[in-house]
Design a protein around this ligand. Structure first.
Ligand code: BJ8
Length: 426
């Protein structure tokens, strides 16, 4: 990686601590990703992206800013990238996947807050994330109580926090709330960028994002093959890169990888032997660099074949229909698309478990691991009924609760191995 010290300094990054962070991340990446066997050649692009994640990509974003484009950060898949692209903005999903600076975060938040929220504070308070520091606007959302209340404390820490309200029921009123919020968001984006969203710019934004999601849908479908042509770790990484890479280049790279994977399937070539235990992970999103659980699963003689998560199929499986002759009509199509997202903050939320069942069937999975972050009430509470429903359908399910620390690694590994034994005896 080139020397980006001056660029980081210009963003107010704490360069010393940031250097230490990059060293830890680089080692973890080598140990977890580069040590895998039979990786597809196409993963080289994603290895490169990760090696430059705080370097070249940030430079590209700052170059875009210098040309007058606005950088819009977000923490949730309910924030439509289509709208950001329609004002020629740069959309960045902010990650919050590491246990960094939690002491500082806990000075502002209760200790029993989920790791994702603490990480969001940790990165900001420690001045460790060049993405956060590059944003012109950060978009929060009223989803779970944790995030909703945490944004109140987050607001004074950042340049411009814009909070979007979200419905909690899949009712007609809920849909109207969502559309109204998206309308308000358009006004914010137009004011910020000085550009008006037109039918043409909105359709162009939809096309770019649809192409990106189509590539992910293609990748998800290829993983039905046995032997698995790609590891769950690599597939998760691609889902994580989805949030911050240039969308057109990303789409192209995923499609190239899919060409290779389809050939692998024809050649019966995989990352693990045919017949290896196949697992689906369902639950809370895993933001970069949260790789703990997939690493434990895939070093326990199993392969992950799908993620029912916002960093996974919940975030990518729906496309936006390109229909309508006015911005308002197109906004209806965008609202319809996002209203499908079955996050556990919705009540009731039956489509989520239905889709886990569907995924299990189409990806020929042997079992499901339900992953919740500690103190995440929506997913922990929903995990009970999800487990019940899956077991009723003869889908073995393991419920795990964890955080970003490494303290429970041994305990988790034991439980995962015991679960694998159960799946083998099926
Ligand atoms: S649409 S899943 S990205 S809200 S883990 S902060 S829920 S206490 S992340 Fe999410 Fe949007 Fe839903 Fe998806 Fe709260 Fe739970 Fe923490 Fe969470």
């Amino acid at each position: 990686m080139a020397d980006y010290t001056e660029m980081w300094k210009s963003l107010g990054i704490d360069v010393k601590n940031h250097d230490a962070l990059l060293a830890v991340l680089g080692k973890a990446y080598t140990d977890i990703f580069l040590s895998q066997k039979n990786r597809p050649e196409g993963m080289k692009y994603f290895d490169f992206v990760m090696s430059e994640v705080h370097g070249l990509r940030i430079k590209e974003i700052l170059d875009a800013k210098a040309q007058g484009r606005k950088v819009i950060g977000s923490y949730c898949v309910f924030v439509p990238e289509e709208l950001v692209l329609a004002v020629d903005g740069v959309a960045v999903g902010l990650c919050a996947g590491a246990e960094l600076n939690f002491e500082a975060a806990e000075a502002l938040l209760p200790r029993n807050t989920c790791s994702l929220i603490k990480s969001m504070f940790g990165f900001k308070l420690g001045k460790l994330c060049p993405y956060v520091e590059s944003c012109d606007v950060i978009v929060g959302e009223n989803t779970c109580d944790g995030k909703k209340k945490a944004y109140e404390i987050f607001r004074p820490l950042v340049k411009d926090l814009y909070v979007m309200d979200l419905p909690q029921t899949k009712s007609e009123t809920g849909r109207l709330v969502l559309k109204k919020e998206y309308r308000k968001f358009i006004a914010k984006l137009e004011k910020e960028s000085g550009k008006k969203i037109t039918v043409q710019s909105l359709k162009k934004g939809i096309e770019i994002v649809n192409a990106k999601r189509k590539a992910m849908i293609r990748l998800a479908a290829i993983r039905a093959a046995d032997p698995a042509p790609i590891s769950g770790l690599d597939a998760l990484l691609i889902n994580q890169v989805f949030f911050h890479d240039d969308p057109v280049r990303f789409t192209d790279s995923v499609n190239k990888l899919c060409d290779e994977l389809e050939q692998r399937v024809k050649d019966h070539k995989g990352v693990a032997p045919k017949g290896t235990t196949r697992i689906i992970i369902s639950g809370c999103p895993m933001a970069v660099p949260n790789w703990k659980l997939p690493m434990l699963v895939e070093t326990s003689n199993a392969v992950i074949v799908g993620e029912e998560s916002c960093v996974g199929e919940r975030g990518t499986r729906w496309l936006t229909e390109v229909k309508g002759n006015t911005v308002d009509e197109i906004l209806d199509a965008i609202t319809d698309r996002y209203f499908n997202v079955d996050c556990a903050v919705f009540t009731p939320n039956p489509s989520r478990v239905d889709y886990v069942k569907e995924m299990t069937k189409k990806l020929h999975a042997d079992g499901v691991i339900h992953y919740s972050l500690q103190f995440c009430q929506p997913y922990i509470i929903e995990s009970g009924p999800v487990e019940k429903e899956l077991e009723k359908s003869h889908i073995p399910t393991l419920r795990l609760e964890t955080d970003y620390s490494q303290e429970d690694v041994g305990q988790l590994k034991t439980r995962i191995e015991a679960f694998n034994e159960r799946l083998k005896k099926k």
